[in-house]
Design a protein around this ligand. Structure first.
Ligand code: CP
Length: 301
């Protein structure tokens, strides 16, 4: 495995292997970990805003003894002078051992991987894929539920532009899920992903109200409506705030052990009054980004 670009490229065995490596890393001492990537340089190229993915890849690398090389802020880099994405990748390839890239364009990470002889990890490309998020989502689900198989999962919110949903749905096809897609009509899952579910005989329902599946699900995967990806801001205004969960509409209406995940950042779709409940796993989920991203870097190296 040279690169990690899309969940479409990963087999069930490869997914489980990364989760297993992550667990082993978590169980290693801090001192041991410092030798795992000693002498390696990880380049983080973020052409789009990020808090969790960028900082957790960098923290993950430091904690394994690697050094981190960041692309300067876009205003101060030669991107500002018009340097192409491919030329940037060709340069960074010679400065580092692994390239972690986030970009607003679908397919940018794939392009980077074909340009670079060094491993490339996709840290999110447009509305397409976000494999490191998916692997930490799976790690969290497995940790909480003890299995990835035969679970009922609702994806709620922006299913059209949400790359975390696209990646995770693809990965779940290996684990016989029952899926509920809950969104306004204009934010439904892309047809190519629904076709893929049909091809793999995955059970799913398309809904507009999460209350229609709330008592049946093991995992409630909430997402932000992604304002920045709407071509027409008026369309965003129509669906802004369409789903908000809080203690009142969740507690006592779902399974006792249902977990709520969210890739974060949230805006207003999860009320902070849920944060201290047993259902809220989204901060733990983000924290799991460290061992999972460590496992990904170790795997490609
Ligand atoms: N979940 C996620 O990708 O968060 P960031 O955009 O903050 O990296």
């Amino acid at each position: 495995m040279k690169d990690i670009i899309s969940m479409n490229d990963m087999s069930k065995e490869e997914i489980l292997e990364i989760l297993e490596i992550a667990e082993k890393i978590e169980n290693s001492s801090e001192e041991e970990k410092l030798n795992f990537l000693k002498g390696k340089i990880i380049a983080t190229l973020f052409f789009e805003p990020s808090t969790r993915t960028k900082m957790s890849f960098e923290s993950a690398a430091f904690r394994l003894g690697a050094q981190v090389l960041q692309l300067p802020p876009l205003e101060q880099s030669s991107v500002k002078k018009g340097e192409s994405f491919s030329d940037t990748i060709r340069m960074v390839e010679s400065y580092s051992d692994v390239i972690v890239v986030r970009h607003p364009n679908d397919g940018a990470a794939r392009l980077a991987s074909t340009t670079s002889k060094k491993p490339v990890i996709n840290a999110g490309d447009g509305s397409n894929q976000h494999p490191s998020q998916t692997l930490l989502d799976l790690y969290t689900i497995k940790e909480e539920k003890g299995t990835l198989s035969n679970l009922s999962i609702a994806f709620v919110g922006d299913l059209k532009y949400g790359r975390t949903v696209h990646s995770l749905v693809k990965a779940l096809t290996h684990f016989n899920p029952t899926i509920y897609f809950v969104s306004p009509k204009i934010l439904q899952m892309p047809t190519y992903l629904i076709d893929d579910l049909d091809k793999n005989n995955i059970k799913y329902e398309i809904l507009e109200d999460f209350r229609d599946c709330l008592d049946k699900i093991d995992v409630f995967y909430m997402t932000r409506i992604q304002k920045e990806r709407f071509p027409d801001v008026e369309d965003y205004q129509k669906v802004k705030g369409v789903y908000v969960i809080n203690k009142e509409n969740i507690l006592g209406k779902c399974k006792e052990d249902m977990i709520i995940l969210h890739p974060l950042p949230r805006v207003d779709e999860i009320s902070t009054d849920l944060d201290e409940t047993k259902h809220a796993l989204y901060f733990k989920q983000a924290k799991n980004g460290i061992p999972v991203r460590q496992a990904m870097m170790m795997k490609v190296l």
